[in-house]
Design a protein around this ligand. Sequence first.
Ligand SMILES: NC(=O)c1ccc[n+]([C@@H]2O[C@H](COP(=O)([O-])OP(=O)(O)OC[C@H]3O[C@@H](n4cnc5c(N)ncnc54)[C@H](OP(=O)(O)O)[C@@H]3O)[C@@H](O)[C@H]2O)c1
Length: 235
Amino acid sequence: MSEQRVAIITGASQGIGESLVAAYRKIGYAVVANSRSIRSGDDPEVVAVPGDVADPATAAEIVKTALDRFGRVDTLVNNAGVFIAKPFTDYTPDDYAVVLNTNVAGFFHLTQRVIEPMLRQGGGHIVSITTTLVESARSDTPSVLASLSKGGIAAATKSLAIEYADRGIRVNAVSPGLIDTPLLGGATPEQIAEFHPMKRAGTVEDVAHGVIYLEQAPLVTGEFLHIDGGQSAGR
Ligand SMILES: NC(=O)c1ccc[n+]([C@@H]2O[C@H](COP(=O)([O-])OP(=O)(O)OC[C@H]3O[C@@H](n4cnc5c(N)ncnc54)[C@H](OP(=O)(O)O)[C@@H]3O)[C@@H](O)[C@H]2O)c1
């Protein structure tokens, strides 16, 4: 079995996911990168698997590609996600479907499929990107579907961490505040900064730094690492 470590990263075409691909390459991992629109580039150690992460067939194809091309799966980063902020009663059935399918079904299908190769290898790491809104809701950003979906992942992170704690698989989450990516629909860094007690917008590198910390922290499991400029601490 090959010794080069391998990370699967979803939502890797832009924003936080794109930065995670660069961060994992920097520490020597090969990467299997997924999003609906992603295409392979020049780096032979980054293989793109396009597809909707909500589709179990995509999850199967991603894991098969990791094993066929690189022989192992060491890390899964569940990063693909959508965010729809609305007053609760304005949410449509389509909003509900796209948020739950992308955020929750995507997490479920892929996480389930990486467990077996990780157990065979003797361990692995699963880290999911949630949101600090799960613990600190804001009156100016009603977003129950974010809390419903990412809150479920946060709870599942602790549950999975305990289920696999004595079998070498660590399970963690990163809870970002507001990070300057296309997901925020063109808000300026100055506008974003106002949401954080530290009065600075988050960058994709801030989030990648936290994920790599968790990657390299062998005694840390079941943890939510807040990268939110103090947002979850209070205001
Ligand atoms: N930015 C923030 O302030 C913030 C705060 C808290 C949490 N987060 C979380 O951080 C994660 C990344 O967010 P981001 O800010 O980097 O968002 P982004 O810039 O909108 O990027 C989202 C990524 O997910 C992919 N994606 C969306 N739906 C998908 C699907 N059904 N299947 C596969 N890939 C899909 C997109 O690519 P395609 O369009 O090609 O599929 C894209 O690569 C998300 O889970 C988000 O909820 C972000």
